[in-house]
Design a protein around this ligand. Structure first.
Ligand SMILES: C[S@@+](CC[C@H](N)C(=O)[O-])C[C@H]1O[C@@H](n2cnc3c(N)ncnc32)[C@H](O)[C@@H]1O
Length: 459
């Protein structure tokens, strides 16, 4: 590591020290282990890890940390003392004595050393009376899990699509909230080459626990796929898990829980970023059964491009940006005819969007027939958030032409698609809900020539 390089291991150790001082030994231990993994040449990381493990009564780990230090620096007094303590707890009396004696002989605090020697003598005597009391078990395995399992209704399991994914442990209704979380870190949308500087700054600001969480995320970029711009693949972890936040400012975020969901081109969720609460939220777009995998759509390309492009394009794009070949249910449809039909719908969907844009999105010129065609295709393709956009536009078109019965028909369909929960959560929901109950309040309502759309419905 060059002198001026961004030393991730050192930063991680410092975060570990912060956690240790706050008596969060579980996080401190995780961070020291990460620092050891990143830079195994430094004895200070296992030395610190040993003390965290002693605090957590993980005697074997503390012993092995101290041994690692002594292999690098044979007369390190702190390591001798810490190993002596661990070995005492592991009932390795004579080895414990040797370590503590070496500690005293090397100039370590004699009072502290003799106190441990006395303890060893007492333990040794007690152990002959109480042979069943085995102190060698490490005790804190369960408490150190940093896992999304504590988010209600979700569990991490092996996925048939890719590695691990997130599964429902209960039923979710359409519109139910799947997840709401504040991102671990966000950076502004900047040029790719400027990204590392922002990631570095964001990593520096992370709390110790969130540093451990960040480092525990998957790096799915193969080693040589592209040069990493930060040591220890920090930018690859970032790239593997980043989410472009929907909304105007377009920040890029790492969300600890949302990062664990696999991608699908026909996801069963949609998501928003609520600027008022700073929360990333996911909702079910259809009923999700217990045991079903839950997917989100990775939207790195523009959402429209992702929705309106055939499988080969989507796969190439995900490969180019994220280095994986999409194996979602839509991309691995078993028969060619089904793939061709899906591709054709996507291309048509693109044409619908194109035609709508040509009409400059002005409600007065928008064709309801075209919108309904878009709804049909997006429903078939399982991209319900797109269907919802078309429905909202359909409501506005009918309201513009004072066909209130038809406007109400589309409003009810939207309510039904969102589900009660989803409707409450949508961005700008207050206005939106108001329009659903009173379409006549929509901007432009009643301003167009009167028309009757009762013959145009979604079957
Ligand atoms: C943010 S991680 C998702 C969780 C990951 N599966 C795990 O085991 O931790 C993103 C990585 O998961 C894999 N992945 C996600 N969705 C996929 C899909 N539809 N097809 C193939 N691989 C996918 C890719 O390797 C991708 O880079």
């Amino acid at each position: 590591m060059t002198k001026n390089s961004f030393d991730v291991a050192k930063l991680v150790k410092e975060k570990g020290n912060e956690a240790f001082e706050a008596k969060d030994y579980v996080t401190a231990r995780l961070l020291y282990s990460k620092a050891m993994e990143i830079d195994p040449s430094q004895y200070i990381y296992p030395l610190n890890s040993a003390i965290a493990n002693l605090k957590l009564e993980r005697w074997r780990d503390a012993e092995s940390n101290a041994t690692a230090v002594l292999e690098m620096v044979p007369d390190n007094l702190k390591a001798l003392y810490r190993r002596g303590l661990a070995r005492t707890e592991l009932r390795q009396w004579s080895q414990a004595r040797q370590d503590i004696q070496a500690f005293i002989d090397g100039g370590g605090c004699s009072a502290a050393g003799h106190a441990v020697l006395d303890t060893i003598t007492r333990f040794e005597a007690a152990s002959t009376l109480d042979p069943i009391n085995d102190r060698s078990n490490d005790s804190s395995e369960a408490s150190e899990k940093l896992s999304p399992d504590d988010v209600s209704g979700l569990a991490i399991r092996d996925s048939k699509v890719a590695g691990q994914g997130v599964f429902a442990t209960r039923e979710f209704k359409k519109g139910d909230t799947i997840l709401r979380e504040k991102p671990l870190l966000t950076i502004p949308l900047v040029r790719f080459r400027d990204q590392p500087a922002h990631v570095k700054a964001a990593l520096r600001k992370l709390s110790p626990k969130n540093t451990a969480r960040f480092l525990s995320l998957d790096n799915t970029h193969p080693g040589d796929c592209c040069a990493d711009r930060l040591p220890h693949h920090a930018s690859k972890i970032f790239d593997s898990n980043m989410i472009m936040l929907p909304g105007d400012n377009g920040d890029i975020a790492i969300c600890f829980y949302a990062a664990r969901f696999n991608h699908s081109c026909a996801p069963n969720t949609w998501h928003v970023f609520e600027t008022t609460t700073g929360e990333f939220r996911m909702f079910a777009t259809r009923p999700i059964r217990e045991g079903e995998e839950i997917f989100r759509e990775y939207s790195y390309a523009s959402t429209e491009e992702m929705h309106c492009s055939p499988r080969t394009w989507r796969q190439a794009e995900l490969q180019r940006l994220l280095h994986f070949t999409c194996a979602c249910a839509l991309c691995v449809l078993p028969d060619t005819a089904a793939v061709q039909a899906s591709d054709a719908r996507r291309v048509q969907l693109g044409q619908v969007f194109g035609n709508l844009q040509k009409e400059k999105s002005a409600i007065q010129g928008m064709s309801l027939t075209l919108l309904v065609e878009g709804m049909r295709m997006s429903r078939k393709e399982g991209i319900l958030d797109v269907a919802l956009v078309f429905m909202a536009l359909a409501m506005a078109v009918c309201a513009h032409h004072s066909d209130w019965a038809s406007a109400k028909y589309w409003a009810e369909m939207i309510t039904d698609e969102f589900g009660e929960g989803g409707l409450e959560e949508v961005q700008d929901s207050e206005d939106f809900r108001k329009y659903l109950f009173q379409p006549e309040l929509l901007p432009g309502a009643g301003l167009g020539p009167q028309e009757d759309f009762s013959g145009i419905r979604l079957d």
